[in-house]
Design a protein around this ligand. Structure first.
Ligand code: NAP
Length: 343
């Protein structure tokens, strides 16, 4: 600990903390609270006293043992936190002890302390509560890197995003509004479609009641959309491709209906379509830091001036992480679910 700068005498940072650390894969009941050692920030990392941690669908896949864990990821779940920097690892230059930050982490968010690379920390926007800020990084990094990065979405484009009320979906709607995209979303019920329209979707289609592919072509005057951000996969892929305009981009971020799909190569050739996709978690720190910098410059100012806000649906205490997962699995949320670690 000799190389660490800390906010307080080192004896004020405890040796152990409360953390959710499942003994193995399983249902929500494996999300047990345990005492675990407080992690030490390595070079270029900071230690955060976590006030709140976001819950994301990948956490559920991890809990079920279905997520390919990147090397070095802690068994404690949680991909995003908000809190106060309490110690600096060697070589940290920008952040100071006491800074309120929201951070993308490799794992370990469901805990009283977590380490994050300095480069994946962003300031808590002015006036925003930790519980709101904790739900920003995972979806903002993902939507930015996929819809605007790989998908190359720009002002005036039409985009189609499935899961319109999900954390990813509501973030996509907010960013689409900010950057003047026309966004069509799909949802599993009319009530969720209404919620997505309230968030700001240009159109919302109840995929259980309507054929989304036919409707997308109609809504775009037969032209199709420029980008599909797809979290469904499987049999959605050929239907998504039908929705794309000439030169359109199909960006996969999940495959809830299966990793295999049948693709009409003729359609890809005739319309010069691009099929791509990505996973954020295994990307290196340099990539994530680049995304963070872009978000800081192009998106974070919109939180400060009120054009963007956090989409917090519900909070649960850390000890009730199992209830938070059950709630996410029920699919009743609109936006983000967050664990409150310290009041
Ligand atoms: N690639 C990456 O780097 C990355 C990063 C973060 C998240 N993700 C993925 O993005 C997705 C959303 O994550 P999240 O945390 O925002 O989750 P979430 O809030 O739980 O949302 C999941 C969404 O999936 C929709 N859905 C589920 N089954 C569906 C189906 N069969 N057909 C159509 N829609 C379906 C649900 O919408 P309805 O209830 O309306 O059906 C729900 O809105 C997850 O699949 C997650 O794994 C990927």
């Amino acid at each position: 600990m000799a190389s660490l700068a800390t906010s307080q005498p080192a004896d004020r940072i405890p040796a152990v903390m409360r953390a959710i650390d499942p003994p193995g894969p399983g249902g929500p009941e494996v999300l047990e609270l345990h005492e675990r050692p407080v992690p030490t920030p390595g070079p270029g990392e900071v230690l955060i006293s976590v006030h709140a941690a976001g819950v994301n669908r990948p956490d559920i896949l991890q809990r079920l043992g279905l997520y390919p864990m990147p090397p070095g990821a802690p068994s404690i779940p949680g991909l995003e936190v908000a809190g106060e920097v309490v110690a600096l690892g060697e070589g940290v230059t920008r952040l100071r002890v006491g800074d309120p930050v929201t951070a993308l982490v490799l794992g370990g968010g469901y805990a009283e302390y977590a380490v994050a690379p300095e480069g994946t920390c962003l300031p808590v926007p002015p006036g925003m509560r930790f519980a709101e800020a904790a739900g920003l990084p995972e979806t903002y990094f993902t939507v930015w890197a996929n819809l605007f990065g790989l998908g190359q979405a720009k002002a005036g484009d039409w985009v189609l995003v499935h899961g319109g009320t999900s954390g990813i979906g509501t973030t996509a709607i907010d960013l689409a509004r900010l950057f003047d995209l026309r966004i069509i979303v799909t949802c599993g019920s009319e009530a969720k479609c209404a919620a997505a329209r309230t968030v700001g979707a240009t159109h919302a289609i109840d995929y259980n009641a309507r054929d989304f592919a036919a409707e997308v072509r109609e809504l775009t005057g037969g032209r199709g959309v420029d980008v599909v951000l797809d979290m469904v996969g499987g049999d959605y892929v050929p239907r998504n491709l039908v929705c794309l305009a000439e030169g359109g981009r199909h960006v996969s971020i999940a495959f809830q209906r299966g990793a295999r799909a049948e693709v009409d190569i003729g359609l890809v050739m005739r319309r010069r379509l691009v099929l791509t996709g990505s996973m954020l978690r295994p990307r290196d720190v340099a990539f994530k830091a680049k995304v963070a910098q872009e978000l800081l410059e192009k998106v974070w100012p919109a939180f400060a001036d009120g054009r963007l806000k956090a989409r917090l649906d519900k909070t649960f205490p850390l000890a009730e992480a199992a209830a938070a997962h059950r709630y996410m699995e029920s699919g009743r949320h609109v936006g983000k679910i967050v664990l409150v670690v310290r009041d």
